[in-house]
Design a protein around this ligand. Structure first.
Ligand SMILES: C[S@@+](CC[C@H](N)C(=O)[O-])C[C@H]1O[C@@H](n2cnc3c(N)ncnc32)[C@H](O)[C@@H]1O
Length: 330
């Protein structure tokens, strides 16, 4: 395995051993190799295999508004930073009901949670100030977002967001749509920069292209779909073209995050969803320290539904136990 490791130049030691083994085995079965030695030989004798291995190694499954309540929460945090002044904002995160039905069949548990959320009235076109007060968002005032939004004269006050890893771009573009939607409705909305990175070159190319299929928009509400996509019927199904305005909002680059981040910036928000699950315990720590260095004091680390740290983890404090949002407190 160490020979395959050398060939790929990936930091295998970061990943859970079982994950690596599964990825290699899947490829071995595909190319009919019974032993690791045979597969190593195959890599050396087949010039295209290394690229194919690297391509299959990463699982870049993603879609717009994945676990949409996380994005709704982020939308609400930003609005709250404006001190509840804007009570006629428009947005809607609830996906098409027919898609929710489909999801119920497949993933009953997740859908139940979603339904409960929408019954709570959190998803509504009109911002309801009282409902916000009922949610315990005490931490919003401690965020660097709040500081920047409320001190427009601060040096370098543009909001910085990093989606890591971004796969084919749906996650950072979702953020861009949310900010653009708010920007159009809130006077003196601050400047913002969104960067997004992934190890997978082909995924980044697809992100820059920004043409998606039905599956990518399955959790996108009509509200966002109508505003930010144009749809074209093609031979193999519908294609969704993201508007140029949103495409321009995100800077993509390819990097292996286990080897560090190429920007020196400190971010107000880092989204790191569906990556930690692949990392082993020791290197998770190393990785989290790196994220910590790239977060502003008061920055938010969003791990999403599936990944979690302890309630207080080094400099991070859990402030939202559903969406696993952590506030950098020191
Ligand atoms: C399942 S996707 C997550 C995308 C998005 N964050 C989401 O939640 O929908 C996982 C991504 O992690 C990327 N990845 C895996 N190892 C990486 C590494 N060392 N550096 C950067 N990206 C990596 C993969 O290429 C893949 O695109």
């Amino acid at each position: 395995m160490s020979l395959i490791h050398q060939e790929t130049k990936l930091n295998f030691e970061y990943y859970r051993r079982k994950f690596i083994e599964r990825r290699i085995k899947a490829r071995m079965i595909r190319v009919d190799c019974n032993t690791l030695e045979a597969y190593y030989g195959y890599i050396n004798s087949t010039p295209t295999e290394l690229d194919i291995f690297l391509d299959r190694f990463s699982i870049n499954y993603t879609y717009f508004f994945r676990n949409w309540d996380v994005f709704e929460k982020l939308n609400n945090i930003i609005i709250e930073c404006f001190n509840y002044k804007c009570n006629t904002l428009f947005y809607d995160f609830k996906p098409d009901p027919s898609k929710i039905k489909e999801k119920t069949k497949n993933k009953q548990k997740t859908t139940r949670k979603t339904t409960k959320y929408s019954q709570n009235g959190i998803s509504s076109k009109r911002l309801d100030t009282n409902r916000y007060l009922l949610q315990n968002n005490y931490y919003v005032k401690k965020t660097s977002l709040h500081k920047k939004i409320n001190n427009p004269k601060l040096n370098n006050n543009s909001i910085k967001i990093w989606s890591c890893p971004c796969a084919t771009g749906e996650e950072p573009y979702t953020i861009a749509m949310i900010l653009n939607n708010l920007e159009k409705q809130i006077k003196s909305f601050p400047q913002y920069k969104i960067v997004a990175s992934d190890i997978d070159k082909a995924a980044i190319e697809k992100a820059n292209l920004a043409v998606y299929n039905d599956d990518s928009v399955k959790e996108t509400s009509k509200y966002f779909k109508n505003r930010y996509f144009s749809k074209k019927r093609e031979h193999y199904g519908d294609k969704y073209f993201l508007t140029e305005e949103i495409k321009r909002k995100v800077d993509f680059f390819c990097e292996d995050i286990t080897k560090g981040h190429q920007n020196r910036w400190k971010y107000d928000i880092i989204l790191c969803r569906y990556l930690l699950i692949y990392f082993n315990k020791e290197n998770r720590e190393v990785f989290l320290k790196m994220l910590d260095r790239h977060l502003e004091l008061g920055g938010l680390l969003i791990l999403g539904k599936t990944e979690t740290l302890f309630n207080t983890y080094n400099n991070f404090k859990l402030v939202d136990a559903i969406n696993h949002i952590y506030l950098k407190i020191k």
